[in-house]
Design a protein around this ligand. Structure first.
Ligand SMILES: [Cu+2]
Length: 155
């Protein structure tokens, strides 16, 4: 199963340059994928977004891939001794009826080996794979900072 963008009407309705882009796969809703612009030669970067599970069963994010980088991994942050460190995880649970945020300092999709620079304002494709809902391709917006909608959110 390979779902595509459902809601592009948001784009048409919005006059603001800052808008949320949502994608739907099965009963999962994916909001505002973005990545921070990287300095030249940065070895790795991270993608953030939200996943809302509108179904009654848990799903899991089990993988991600992009043609723009050599490798991607699912990461989280965990306290190791006194220090917060990134850790690779095999999957990320999306419990029924909840929204999980991937955000700076928390869960993220890490990419390594960027094939060409990603300037602010550019976009690149990312395919997310969920255990139940299947695969969905989203566009990641390259930004200098988090979208306004995430401003007062989690850390
Ligand atoms: Cu990471």
């Amino acid at each position: 199963m390979f779902a595509r963008i459902l809601f592009s009407s948001l784009l048409a309705l919005s006059c603001s340059p800052v808008f949320a882009i949502d994608y739907q796969v099965g009963e999962l809703q994916i909001g505002s994928p973005w990545s921070r612009a990287l300095p030249p030669n940065a070895p790795a970067g991270a993608v953030y977004f939200s996943v809302k599970n509108n179904s009654r069963t848990e799903d899991r994010l089990i993988g991600a891939a992009t043609p723009s980088a050599a490798k991607t991994e699912l990461h989280t942050h965990a306290k190791v001794g006194e220090v917060m460190r990134m850790q690779r995880i095999d999957s990320l649970a999306i419990p029924a009826g909840t929204e999980v945020k991937l955000a700076p300092g928390g869960h993220h999709v890490m990419y390594f080996g960027l094939k060409s620079p990603l300037p602010v304002g550019s976009r690149f494709p990312l395919t997310l794979e969920f255990e139940k809902a299947g695969k969905v391709e989203v566009e990641v917006e390259v930004r200098s900072d988090a979208p306004a909608s995430e401003g007062q959110a989690h850390h």
